[in-house]
Design a protein around this ligand. Sequence first.
Ligand SMILES: NC(=O)c1ccc[n+]([C@@H]2O[C@H](COP(=O)([O-])OP(=O)(O)OC[C@H]3O[C@@H](n4cnc5c(N)ncnc54)[C@H](OP(=O)(O)O)[C@@H]3O)[C@@H](O)[C@H]2O)c1
Length: 310
Amino acid sequence: MKIFLTGASGLVGSAFAGVAARRGHKVVGVVGGFEGKIEGVAKKIALDLADEAATSGAVLEAFPDAIVNAAAVSTPEACEADPARSQVMNVALPAALGRLAHHLSARLVHLSSEQVFDGARRTPYSAGDPTSPINLYGRQKVESERAVHAAAGEFAVTLRAPLLMGNSAGGKRSLHERLLGDWAAGKTAKLYTDEFRQPCTAENLAEAMVELCERRDVTGVWHWAGAELISRHALGRRLRDHFKLTEAQAPMMAVTRSETPAAAQRRQACLALDVAPLAGKLKTRPQTIAEQLGELTVPAPVRAWYFSQT
Ligand SMILES: NC(=O)c1ccc[n+]([C@@H]2O[C@H](COP(=O)([O-])OP(=O)(O)OC[C@H]3O[C@@H](n4cnc5c(N)ncnc54)[C@H](OP(=O)(O)O)[C@@H]3O)[C@@H](O)[C@H]2O)c1
């Protein structure tokens, strides 16, 4: 099928393009400022997705069977820094894509986030639980879900994704890339021992998303994540061990939420997602941390530093 992919240069979008192409789909990929090649993108379009008329024109010209929305202002910090831009990218854009999907009878796969929840409880959130965002990013994601499903109805499916691992196009986006970047710069990584996440890789998420393009019978809002809940500090240790770095080469400081009360108010303590309902429908499996680590490569920006250490 022909898939119109926004955010093709992002962590998830670039993984999606590779997986979709390997499964025989043709990907028309939209980038913003990214200039490099993206594996799996048959046709690359540079476009400002904040421009609704230009976005509509590109979608209508492509006339896709499916639209996948992996474009966003994708961190809470970036949303707070520019609320107007993030409102356009995180809410107005998905709403417009929802209207286009409905108009074209195209499948729409939209990405939301674990951060629609406040993280105040330890038990996994189900997709039907009431949302409770504690930051602008989470509020915009909730709004985007409502807008997408109001506009596209049964054509749309939303996946709420967790903290992501994986290899990004620029090598600076995902968790291990940022950690290795800090260590290469001589910084000590401060990681919470009492903040828990259920990470998965962008590649694994992309496998689920490609299946959802093909599975029009799955509609509504669903959760996807890895198979294990882990603290940020424990994950940092697993990453340091995986890349065979010593404590001196890759320094970490364990911190707790009570030591940083102001920051803790803006951060969720535990974001566990119930993935069983969607896992029961898909061939893609939630991965263990060990399986995820096995996919990670040394990112290009820190390669010189890394190979001088090992
Ligand atoms: N990363 C995570 O840990 C995580 C966790 C849960 C959910 N999610 C969600 O998953 C989705 C994908 O996230 P990600 O981490 O892959 O994002 P990302 O790496 O930050 O990539 C964002 C993408 O959006 C594009 N973009 C932003 N503004 C644009 C504009 N005005 N015009 C055209 N393109 C624009 C960027 O293009 P250029 O770079 O070419 O400008 C890039 O391709 C998002 O909805 C995010 O909220 C992410």
